[in-house]
Ligand binder design. Structure first.
Ligand SMILES: Cc1ncc(COP(=O)(O)O)c(C=O)c1O
Length: 405
């Protein structure tokens, strides 16, 4: 006779979550607009006419956000890392040479993914907490060519969320990739729609992003765009594709032929549709301006409180800000206090005595900035740090009055 194990009794979700939602001001996920949340609450047929219109519109909207005319835009079921894996799986295979630029934790993921599918990887490491210099990239490309071992693919992150470094020379590096006949893959997970990226104008071959950061959608559905050139390489490759789910030639069925690949994450796609639509409604120039003004305001205000920013201005990301903590402060205690007393969450670090505040999508609103700065300052003060909260708040108000985000 079959015996069943005892069914578990656990707390329902409303007993796990706080009565009032925490304000998500960390490195993602970020708050979403109500239209995005409402769309995420629906389930529809993944192969019906409504879904097919949604898919078509997601591609149209995403093309604007990527600034590309390329037809080869796809949604990806999974986190930003899944979109990274899709780019790598399709463009790298056994024996392909990959130059992987490393600024920190996330950019080194590309290298790991590339070597797992058989790529011959070379890591070019940027100076600590600094952008990679285009000259260093050109030297690596030139040397490999002279040695008769040219690279096939170069990987780079636009914004390294882990240490808040911005690769500001990305346009020059993408141009170098073209010059040396190398396909470029760019991780824009934290930057897309928060800082300028022009896929076609800069000549990038694959751009990946997640839903839960700049786009202000939900986690779990991501986007990828391939250039015509990259698509041509994928069509002509003879090497087997390591991952069935990430094979773009199969994904093409769903994304471009109204056919079946696997059951798409319909709710997340509906949410992504709304998030992209709201970005297009706002327009990219207005959105970039809002992000830059909000981020600058917060940066000035943090400094006015008496805290240092982690990265020098020339390498500093707008989308996520790294803030150095006084020696005496225990990061875990600080984060717990901010969350318990002020219902605000920010992120800890991947190394270095810092915390990170996100400035992506819906995080970049003046009421959120005032609340997170206040929570940070008051919590630090409670933990004994010498922090000038009024001066920081006054600076933020002054900056926001100037900029009116
Ligand atoms: C720059 C960057 N790349 C990749 C990722 C990975 O995204 P996900 O956690 O959605 O897989 C992140 C996540 O924080 C990121 O910030």
């Amino acid at each position: 006779m079959t015996t069943y194990s005892v069914p578990p009794t656990v707390a329902p979700i409303d007993q796990i979550l706080p009565d009032e939602p925490l304000l998500l001001m960390g490195a993602g996920p970020v708050p979403v607009q109500s239209k995005v949340a409402a769309a995420n609450s629906m389930v529809i047929n993944h192969l019906g006419d409504a879904m097919s219109q949604v898919v078509s519109q997601v591609k149209t909207l995403a093309r604007y956000v990527f600034q590309t005319q390329s037809p080869y835009v796809f949604g990806v079921s999974g986190p930003g890392s899944a979109a990274m894996e899709m780019a790598i799986t399709n463009l790298v295979w056994s024996g392909r040479r990959v130059l992987s630029i490393k600024n920190g934790y996330f950019s080194s993921r590309f290298e790991e993914m590339a070597s797992r599918v058989g790529g011959l990887t070379t890591v070019l490491e940027a100076p600590e907490n600094h952008y990679i210099d285009a000259d260093a990239v050109e030297t690596a490309l030139k040397e490999a060519k002279l040695a008769n071992q040219p690279f096939d693919v170069i990987t780079i992150v636009q914004g390294e969320t882990s240490n808040t470094v911005y690769n500001c020379q990305l346009p020059e590096i993408a141009a170098l990739a073209k010059k040396y006949n190398v396909l470029s893959i760019v991780d824009a997970v934290c930057t897309l729609s928060t800082m300028p990226l022009f896929m076609d104008e800069w000549g990038i071959d694959a751009v990946v992003t997640g839903g839960q950061k700049g786009l202000s959608s939900v986690p779990g559905v991501s986007l990828i765009a391939f250039s015509e050139l990259a698509w041509d390489v994928i069509q002509k490759r003879e090497a087997p594709m390591a991952h069935w789910c990430f094979d773009t030639r199969l994904a093409y069925e769903f994304w471009h032929n109204k056919g079946y690949h696997y059951t798409a994450p319909v709710s997340g796609l509906l949410a992504l549709h709304e998030a992209l639509r709201l970005i297009c409604e706002e327009t990219l120039p207005v959105r970039f301006e809002r992000h830059s003004r909000c981020s600058n305001a917060l940066q000035h205000a943090v400094e006015s409180m008496g805290l240092d920013l982690f990265v020098k201005p020339e390498s500093r990301l707008n989308s996520v800000i790294g803030i150095c903590l006084p020696e005496s402060i225990n990061t875990k205690e600080l984060l717990a206090l901010m969350s318990d007393r002020y219902l605000v969450e920010i992120s800890g670090s991947f190394g270095g005595h810092i915390v990170r505040i996100g400035q992506m999508g819906e995080q970049c609103r003046s009421h959120h900035l005032l609340r997170v700065l206040h929570a940070l300052g008051m919590s630090l003060q409670s933990l004994g740090a010498d922090i000038d909260v009024p001066s920081g708040m006054a600076e933020l108000e002054k900056q926001l009055l100037i900029s009116r985000p």
